[in-house]
Write a protein that binds this ligand. Structure first.
Ligand code: FES
Ligand code: FES
Length: 161
């Protein structure tokens, strides 16, 4: 399938005109056409969560979505999480808590956790675990990741420095 057409994708508030084949995935469009390589390709099968992005605020797996499905939607990637050049509370908490080693899974976790905290600012530990159940990490285990989300939730609620 090499018949390409230009798709207009809105990513992190910027508009990209991207030449895509009918079978170009959103992940390919982001990484290989828009050069937003923060979103990772792990399994490419919808099983690991490394490619998670937000589409209209909802966490989705960009490896199993076609780029054309993102037209007219607002896509947010890890590159759009920092605020005015400052790491977000979630990003800071991941660093502080040592919730990343190689960091390959971290963008996906942070996107899933961003959706969670937007929908549920005070999640319980089981709620955090459920929200992150689709994200796999080979390095850290999950305790520090869950703790990082708890710390970020507390900071966002104004309970921590
Ligand atoms: S790369 Fe998309 S779920 Fe693994
Ligand atoms: S930090 Fe390496 S896979 Fe999660």
């Amino acid at each position: 399938m090499d018949e390409k057409r230009i798709l207009q994708l809105t990513v992190n508030g910027d508009v990209y005109d991207i030449a895509c084949a009918p079978n170009t995935t959103l992940l390919e469009a982001l990484r290989e056409k828009a050069f937003l390589t923060g979103t990772k390709r792990g399994c490419d099968l919808g099983a690991c969560g490394a490619c998670t992005v937000l589409m209209d605020g909802e966490a989705v797996l960009s490896c199993v979505l076609l780029a054309v499905e993102a037209v007219g939607r607002k896509i947010r990637t890890i590159e759009g999480i920092a605020e005015q050049g400052e790491l977000s509370p979630l990003q800071r908490a991941f660093v502080k808590q040592g919730a990343l080693q190689c960091g390959f899974c971290s963008p996906g976790f942070i996107m899933s956790a961003t959706e969670l905290l937007a929908d549920n600012p005070k999640p319980s530990r089981p709620e955090i675990q459920r929200a992150l159940a689709g994200n796999l990490c080979r390095c850290t285990g999950y305790v520090k990741i869950v703790e990082a989300v708890e710390i970020a939730a507390e900071e966002l609620a104004g309970g921590a420095s």
